[in-house]
Design a protein around this ligand. Structure first.
Ligand code: ANZ
Length: 782
C-alpha cells in the first residue's frame, strides 16, 4: 500500500478521540506523581473567514512540544478555546440580520473543524468560548472584585470615540488617530465611562517583568508602555495670583537654565480659553501670566502649546531651551530667550521627588452589544449597586438592533424593561448598566478556566490552579505585546491579591511566532493572479497571460490580494502531516516568512521516503547493520530532542531528513532503530507515525509511547591516539575522532607542537590517518 494521508489521518484522529488519550487525568493524587507542563496557544478569535495558514504555525509548534513532553513523562495541559466576543460578529449580525450568537457558533464550528483536521493533541473536553454564560459569569465576578477593591470606577474622561463604529476605544487600540483594526478615524470626546485602575499596579507590572523568560523586545515594549520616569515636581509662584504653577521635570538640575514655562492647552490656567493648535506643531500662545523663578526671582512668561501633554506629569513644564530640543525649537519659533547655565547641585533642588508613569488607567466600557454586560445597577439617587455574586451571570438580553446611537447610548439601552429595570428587595427601582466590557476582558483569565472548566462554584479550584500554574510556554503573535499581555498580567495580579491564584505572573515563558506572508502577483492594470497558479505554470506563463508587466511582492495574506492560503486545501492535497511539517520547516519559528506551496512538496516527499523505509527489511538480528547507523541514530535523537525543546523546529526536521537519507541507502535496518525513529518523528507527523507503529506490530499509540532512550556511548565517535613526531622523534600524543580527515589531522598536529618548532616551518608533513603525523623540519634553515 502506498502512503495515503487522507485515509490514515481520518482513521487516527477518530481513534485518538475515541480513546480520549489527550484528556488530562482528573485525579489529583495520580497527577502529582509526575511533573506538569502547561503549554498554551493564544486562543483565536473565530472570524467568519476561517483559519488561514498563519494560525496553525504557532499551534503546530505547541503541539509538537506537548507531544514531546508527554513522551518524556510529563502531565501535559494543552487546551483550546475561543475568544469570541467582539465587533466583527456584531457587524456581520447587522449586515446579515442574524444574531451574533448564531454567527459565533457557526464560526467556532468552522474553526474547530479546521483545527481538528490538523491532528492537534488538545484536550477538547476543556474547550469553552468566552461568550458562554458559564464562562462570562466569572469574567463578571472578577469585575466585581475589581469594583470592591476600588479598581473599577466610573469617570468623566476624554475618550477615543470612533464615529464610524459609534464606540469608544482603549488607548492601546488607537495609533496615529486611527483604530488599529479598521483604520477608522478616532476623535476625542468627554464621556462617563468605566475605568480600571491598572496604574495602581504599574510598579509591580514593571518589576515582575524581570523574572520572565520572554523575548527581550516584548519586555521592552511593556517597559516603554508603562513608561516609568523618576523626576521632581517644582512649584513656581504666579505673579499677581494665588495660584501656583507646578511643573514636572526629570532634570531639576537644569533649573538655572529655565527661561519660560509652558502649560498644556487644557491646563487650569487656561480655564475658559479654548486654545487649540495643530497636532504635533510648535504653535503656541502667551497666556498673559508670569511665573517667578524660585531661586533667581526672575519673571518667566507662561506659554501654552500642544507639545505639552495635559495628562502627563502636571500638564506643565519648565522650559530649558539650552538643553532640551523641543524647548529650543519652541523658543526659536516664538523668539523666546535661551540661556547657558550651571547645573544645580543636588542639595539645592527645590520641591518633592516624584515618580511618573506614562501608563493610563484602562478604559473598560464599550458601547457594543456583543460583550459581557457590566454587572452593576444604577439607582435613582445616583448611587451604584454591584450585582450580588449569587445572581451572576448577568446574561445578555435579546434586542432587535445592535447599533449604538450617535449620542453614544449603548445598544443594551434598547433592551426591554424586563431586563433593564430591576426591583430591589426594599422596593427601589434600579436600571442596569448598559455598557459592555471590551474583548480584552474575557481573554484576561481564560488560561485559568481551562484548568477547571466546569466548576460552577469557583472560577478555578485552588488545587488545580496550584498544580498547573504558571503556564510554562505561551505562544502567540507579537501584536499582543502591550494589549492582551499587559491586561492579563494586571488581572492576574489582582487575582493574586484576592487569593485566587498563587503565582505572581501567569505566563512564565513567552514565544512569538513570526507572521506568515505570501507572494502576490499584480499586473500593471491592477489585476491579481493566484500565487498557486503562478507557482505551477511559471513566470513566463504569467507574463503571457497578463500581457503586461507583473509586480511580484511578499505581503500579508489578505482576501483583496488573492493570496490567502487555506489549510483545508493544503491538507486535501498533501495531508495534515505535510502541512504540519512545512509550517515548522519554513524557517525559524520567530521569523517572518513567505508561504510557498511548492515547499510543502519537499516535506511531503520526505514523508513518502519514511513510509518506504518501513517497507525495507527490518531486522531483529544484532550486528546486522552498519554500526555507523546506530551512531547516526543516537546523534539524531539527541539533536531532535534538543532542537525541539529549544523551539528550533526547522533544524530538528533537517536532522531527521539526513537520517532518512542515510537509512534509505542501506539494504536493511534494525527494527529497533526504525521504531525509535518513528517515535522521534511522531510529534511532528503523528498520523503517519501511528500508522507505521501499528503496521510494525506495536500496540497502543505512538502518541503516548515513551521517548526513546538516548545512549551517549553509542552516539560518541570512537577516539584514537595519534603520535605526533618531529623529524621522527615522538613529541606529543593527539586524541582525535577515528577517521579524521588528513588535512584536519595535520592542522591539529601542527598546532599542538608549534612551540617545538619555533620560527621554523616544516618542509614536509607525513600523515598516516589514525596513526601518526611526522613533521619534517629543515634544521639547517636556522
Ligand atoms: C526640564 C527639562 C530639561 C526636561 C531638560 C528635560 C530635559 P519623561 O522622561 O518622558 O518623563 N515634560 C514633563 N511633563 C510633560 C508633559 N506633560 N508634556 C510634555 N513634556 C513634559 O520626560 C520628562 C520631561 O519631559 C520633563 O523634564 C519635562 O521636560 C518634559 F534638559 O523638564 B523636562
Amino acid at each position: 500500500m502506498s502512503y495515503e494521508p487522507s485515509v490514515i489521518e481520518a482513521k487516527w484522529q477518530k481513534r485518538w478521540q475515541d480513546a480520549r488519550i489527550f484528556e488530562v487525568s482528573q485525579d489529583l493524587a495520580e497527577l502529582k506523581k509526575k511533573p506538569k507542563y502547561y503549554v498554551l496557544d493564544m486562543f483565536p478569535y473565530p472570524s467568519g473567514a476561517g483559519l488561514h495558514v498563519g494560525h496553525p504555525e504557532g499551534y503546530t509548534a505547541t503541539d509538537v512540544i506537548a507531544r514531546l513532553k508527554r513522551a518524556q513523562g510529563y502531565n501535559v495541559m494543552h487546551p483550546m478555546g475561543w475568544d469570541a466576543f467582539g465587533l466583527p460578529a456584531e457587524r456581520a449580525a447587522m449586515r446579515d440580520n442574524i444574531h451574533p450568537a448564531v454567527i459565533t457558533k457557526r464560526n467556532i464550528d468552522t474553526f474547530r473543524g479546521q483545527i481538528q483536521r490538523l491532528g492537534f493533541s488538545y484536550d477538547w473536553s476543556r474547550e469553552f468560548s468566552t461568550t458562554d454564560a458559564d464562562y462570562y459569569r466569572w469574567t463578571q465576578w472578577i469585575f466585581l472584585k475589581l469594583y470592591e477593591k476600588g479598581l473599577a470606577y466610573l469617570a468623566e474622561v476624554p475618550v477615543n470615540w470612533c464615529p464610524a463604529l459609534c464606540t469608544v476605544l482603549a488607548n492601546e487600540e488607537v495609533k496615529d488617530g486611527k483604530y488599529v483594526e479598521t483604520g477608522d478615524w478616532v476623535e476625542q470626546r468627554v464621556m462617563r465611562q468605566w475605568m480600571l485602575q491598572i496604574t495602581a499596579y504599574a510598579e509591580r507590572l514593571l518589576e515582575d517583568l524581570e523574572g520572565l523568560d520572554w523575548p527581550e523586545g516584548v519586555k521592552e515594549m511593556q517597559r516603554n508602555w508603562i513608561g516609568k520616569s523618576v523626576g521632581s515636581e517644582i512649584e513656581f509662584e504666579i505673579e499677581g495670583s494665588d495660584q501656583k504653577l507646578r511643573v514636572y521635570t526629570t532634570r531639576p538640575d537644569t533649573l538655572l537654565g529655565v527661561t519660560f514655562c509652558v502649560v498644556a492647552c487644557e491646563h487650569a490656567l487656561n480655564q475658559g480659553k479654548p486654545y487649540s493648535f495643530a497636532k504635533g506643531s510648535m504653535q503656541g500662545a502667551f497666556t498673559g501670566y508670569y511665573a517667578i523663578h524660585p531661586l533667581t526671582l526672575e519673571r518667566l512668561p507662561i506659554w501654552t502649546a500642544d507639545y505639552v501633554l495635559a495628562h502627563y506629569g502636571t500638564g506643565a513644564i519648565m522650559a530649558v531651551p539650552a538643553t532640551d530640543e523641543r524647548d529650543a525649537a519652541f523658543a526659536k519659533e516664538h523668539q523666546l530667550p535661551a540661556r547657558e547655565y550651571d547645573l544645580l547641585p543636588k542639595e539645592q533642588w527645590p520641591g518633592v521627588r516624584k515618580t511618573q508613569y506614562k501608563l493610563r488607567d484602562w478604559l473598560f466600557s464599550r458601547q457594543r452589544y456583543w460583550g459581557e454586560p457590566v454587572p452593576v445597577i444604577h439607582l435613582e439617587d445616583g448611587t451604584l449597586m454591584p450585582i450580588p455574586e449569587d445572581q451572576l451571570p448577568v446574561k445578555l438580553p435579546d434586542i432587535d438592533a445592535y447599533k449604538p446611537t450617535h449620542a453614544g447610548e449603548p445598544p443594551l439601552a434598547r433592551a426591554s424593561d424586563d431586563w433593564l429595570l430591576v426591583q430591589l428587595p426594599d422596593g427601589r427601582i434600579g436600571r442596569r448598566e448598559t455598557n459592555t466590557m471590551p474583548q480584552w476582558g474575557g481573554s484576561c483569565w481564560y488560561y485559568l478556566r481551562y484548568l477547571d472548566p466546569k466548576n460552577s462554584n469557583q472560577l478555578c479550584a485552588s488545587e488545580w490552579e496550584q498544580y498547573w500554574m504558571p503556564v510554562d510556554l505561551y505562544v502567540g503573535g507579537v501584536e499582543h505585546a502591550v494589549l492582551h499581555l499587559l491586561y492579563a498580567r494586571f488581572w492576574h495580579k489582582v487575582l493574586f491579591d484576592c487569593g485566587v491564584v498563587s503565582t505572581k505572573e501567569p505566563f512564565q515563558k513567552l514565544f512569538n511566532q513570526g507572521m506568515i506572508l505570501a507572494h502576490s502577483y499584480q499586473d500593471e492594470a491592477g489585476k491579481y493572479y493566484y500565487p498557486e497558479e503562478v507557482e505551477q505554470q511559471g513566470m513566463d506563463w504569467l507574463v503571457k497571460a497578463s500581457g503586461k508587466p507583473v509586480k511580484t511582492q511578499i505581503e500579508k495574506m489578505s482576501k483583496s490580494r488573492y493570496n490567502v492560503v487555506n489549510p483545508d486545501d493544503v491538507i486535501a492535497k498533501y495531508g495534515a502531516d505535510s502541512m504540519r511539517l512545512y509550517e515548522l520547516f519554513m524557517g525559524p519559528l520567530d521569523q517572518v516568512k513567505p508561504w510557498q506551496t511548492r515547499g510543502v512538496e519537499g516535506v511531503h516527499r520526505f514523508l513518502h521516503r519514511v513510509w518506504r523505509l518501513a517497507e525495507k527489511e527490518l531486522t531483529d538480528l544484532p550486528g546486522s547493520s552498519d554500526p555507523a547507523l546506530w551512531k547516526l541514530y543516537h546523534k539524531t535523537l539527541k539533536l531532535v530532542e534538543e532542537h525541539t525543546l529549544e523551539l528550533r523546529f526547522n533544524t530538528a526536521i533537517s536532522h531527521m531528513m539526513i537520517f532518512v537519507n542515510e537509512a534509505t541507502a542501506l539494504a536493511r535496518i534494525p527494527k529497533e532503530i526504525f521504531l525509535g525513529f518513528v517515535k522521534m518523528l511522531a510529534p511532528y507527523a503523528p498520523h503517519l507515525c501511528e500508522e507505521l507503529w501499528e503496521r510494525l506490530g506495536q500496540t497502543s499509540f505512538v502518541s503516548i509511547a515513551d521517548w526513546p532512550v538516548f545512549r551517549l556511548d553509542l552516539a560518541q565517535d570512537e577516539e584514537v591516539v595519534v603520535v605526533v613526531q618531529i623529524n621522527g622523534k615522538r613529541r606529543a600524543d593527539l586524541k582525535v575522532c577515528k577517521g579524521l580527515a588528513k588535512e584536519d589531522l595535520q592542522a591539529q598536529a601542527l598546532e599542538l607542537v608549534k612551540h617545538w618548532m619555533g620560527e621554523l616551518s616544516p618542509s614536509r608533513v607525513i600523515v598516516v590517518p589514525d596513526r601518526v603525523v611526522n613533521i619534517v623540519l629543515n634544521l639547517t634553515e636556522k
